[in-house]
Design a protein around this ligand. Sequence first.
Ligand code: DHE
Length: 580
Amino acid sequence: MSNTLFKSVGIVAIAVGSMMIAQAYGAEKTDTKKSHQTSPAGKYQPNLDSLNKGTLDAPGVVQGIPALSKAEFNKANRIYFERCAGCHGVLRKGATGKPLTTKITRERGFENLRDFITFGSPGGMPNWGDSGVLTKADISLMAKYLLNEPPVPPEYGMKEVKASWKVMVPVSKRPTKQMNKLDLDNLFSVTLRDTGEIALIDGATKEIVQVIKTGFAVHISRISATGRYLFTIGRDAKIDLIDLFMNPPTRVAEIKVGLEARSVETSKMKGWEDKYAIAGDYWPPQYVIMKGDTLEPLKIIGTRGMTVGTQEYHPEPRVAAIVSSHFKPEFLVNVKETGKVLAVDYSDLVNLKVTTIETERFLHDGGFDSSGRYFLTAANAKNTIVVIDTKETKLVKMIKVGATPHPGRGANFVHPKFGPVWATSHLGDDTISLIGTDPKGHPKQAWKVVQTLEGQGGGSLFIKTHPKSRYLYVDTPLNPDAEIASSVAVFDIKNLKKEYKVLPIGEWSGITEGVRRIVQGEYNKAGTEIWFSVWNAKDQESAIVVVNDKTLKLVKVIKDKRLVTPTGKFNVYNTRNDVY
Ligand code: DHE
């Protein structure tokens, strides 16, 4: 494999990553002058750049602690939320990174903090100064900022949520049947990350049907069980509800459920189709249940509480992935920092029953196995996949995989030897872990890593196949090698011993400038084509490349000046039916 450099960096990151939490802050003191390169997992941390938009109150002046002017404080705040809060927490009480409370920072002192920010640490702290991301002046400002008390962002309760809620087209004014001629099930909703828009693209003609304004740095799309309603969520926690039956598809309601968010989902249980929606916040730490056709907010539930294991209070456990059970009227809500999966029973919102399933800390993304019964989700900083049985609402197993798994929703296929498996790739190494998911037919293999494949390198975000396909596609958009970041590896499921093929998607796009990160394969409804985003910077050309799943040849490059920073793509049929 050509990425020896990344592999060695990756291995160091894995070895030290597990030490990181146990290591006392002070233990790294002697190491601060050595620069530590940032791993892809280190770079892939939440950027809370929506939360910093409001003005927060500066802390009072403390004798002996450098005071900051209002302008300095606002600048430091912006840098902190963009670069630091994802790991160290909004309140600086620690998350995947260490706490930075003033008790700790004042003990360390200005110079020590300055060096630490400049050179990073072997425990995963990026080398912000040495890598050129922050200037000397910025670093000096941040060291002073950390000596002061952190500001506390506001709460966002029902009063604020309700005030943001707007229904543009009431249910009574909406059509009772589909009014446009679109093949809705083969429509793709494409995230245009940096313009805060989605593009609806027709799966057959590959023409852009419409571009719709959504929340800031829009993140994902989810589709209601009947396929009529499309939900998008921005990082600013704004949800847009789009009625696909209207001609043209139209935004019919919007709401802001918090100040920072990443996930939205809708009720999928038989009898409850389209009835409810749920969204999870990063800040405040809470989730909100709404009416599925109007977004009327019904219930807000906070997630603050005790962590699994050490059972310590965590003041800001973020809500990561949410999936909707097909077996019970329940949402499965990942609470990241406390390591709990909450099964929220939406059949009675007044006498709300929430089953708390204790798993592992730092839950992030995940999806179902091919039967739709088991939810497999990554506790990414713990190199673990957690399996939940959504029929019995209980933990099945926690399985150790490679370094920093990032499955997206994962990929399901039938392994020639081990039967049904679910697969994840990793941010921190080049492996792909295949986990047996068939406890009845293949009990020996169930909930074990049955095979580990080697891909192009670390920095993978998404893995994909389709029930009708014989191929497994693995992207590597965060790999430091530009060639690896701009191509995907394809494994032949029928012959996993064979070396993977590399599809040079970036080259196929015809785009010659930029890093051309290839991200997130998504199938059309028939499972005959897979679409990849060529994700470039906002001021550079991006594209979507469509590949024939049988021949592995290029079908079409979708280019349009409106396609700015395309990332996630959500085929209506596959998303609503959890086909992946
Ligand atoms: Fe995502 C899913 C969080 C950065 C593209 N991302 C998710 C989910 C979470 C999450 C919790 C699961 C949602 C669910 O299923 O309910 N993402 C985060 C972050 O915290 C992080 C690391 C940093 C941040 O500041 O947001 C982050 N994500 C990104 C990106 O930079 C990506 C690559 C491009 C983009 O548009 O933002 C990105 N995330 C995606 C996509 C999915 C996703 C495409 C859905 C995958 C799917 O198949 O359903």
